[in-house]
Write a protein that binds this ligand. Structure first.
Ligand SMILES: C[S@@+](CC[C@H](N)C(=O)[O-])C[C@H]1O[C@@H](n2cnc3c(N)ncnc32)[C@H](O)[C@@H]1O
Length: 225
């Protein structure tokens, strides 16, 4: 049984209100500013979970394949994507063994999955392999070096959550995956996890960005032609 199977049915709840909804908006904004999804681009969503980002990518007209280890997360994703055009293909697959030829996708995308991937270098190489020359690969993950990282690493938080299986990277560790082909990076979610509802706003996010570290980081790489 995959780690995420038991929480699949409740996974999307967090994104529906409060700080979870804000985090989703901030992370989406950052990721898509860097990734620039294009209509008809063939995109692989690695660790797609319940398909949150697969659906957003399809909304830009991308032809999306989502892969994940958890059948239960994929079942939620398939249910949410019913009737969506272009159709999204969801497959059970391990990032370490992507069943696609070399140079197959225009873009490779992965949000909030590298926390649960124990060999990030190996996963990155496999994702880079299936990327076409000129294509872009984006990874977004929780910043170890932030208040969000501190929370997720705390014993109390880990005890009763899937985060006991997680590990976290700093921005420098994320960039280290491939310094040669790195094209850009950014951070968001400067609002801390314990913010009260009155302090969850874009104004506050902007204000804190001057002094705080972002709780979520993204980097993008391009495969040379
Ligand atoms: C926190 S969820 C993120 C889901 C989605 N990307 C999102 O942002 O809502 C992490 C997902 O990564 C998947 N995952 C973990 N290790 C994986 C692996 N080796 N190969 C493919 N998927 C994996 C998990 O099953 C889980 O669904």
């Amino acid at each position: 049984m995959a780690v995420f199977d038991i929480i699949a049915k409740d996974y999307d709840e967090w994104y529906k209100g409060g700080i979870g909804k804000f985090a989703d908006q901030a992370e989406t904004c950052l990721a898509f500013n860097l990734f620039s999804p294009e209509k008809h681009h063939r995109v692989l969503d690695v660790g797609c979970g319940t398909g949150n980002f697969s659906l957003k990518l399809a909304g830009y007209g991308c032809e999306v394949t989502g892969i994940d280890l958890s059948e239960e997360m994929l079942a939620q994703a398939r249910h949410k994507a019913e009737g969506i055009k272009p159709e999204i293909l969801f497959k059970r697959m391990d990032v370490y063994n992507l069943e696609f030829p070399d140079n197959h996708f225009d873009g490779v995308f992965s949000m909030a999955a590298f926390e649960f991937i124990t060999q990030p270098g190996k996963a990155y190489s496999e994702m880079f392999r299936v990327l076409k020359p000129g294509g872009r690969l984006l990874i977004g993950t929780i910043n170890r070096d932030s208040k969000w990282g501190e929370l997720y690493l705390s014993k109390g938080f880990q005890e009763n959550s899937v985060f006991k299986y997680a590990s976290f990277m700093t921005m420098e560790q994320l960039k280290d995956l491939d310094r040669e082909n790195l094209k850009g990076f950014g951070e968001c979610l400067f609002i801390p996890p314990d913010a009260g509802s009155e302090s969850i706003s874009w104004e506050e996010e902007k204000r804190l960005s001057l002094t705080e570290r972002g709780g979520f980081i993204c980097a993008i790489w391009e495969k040379p032609l």
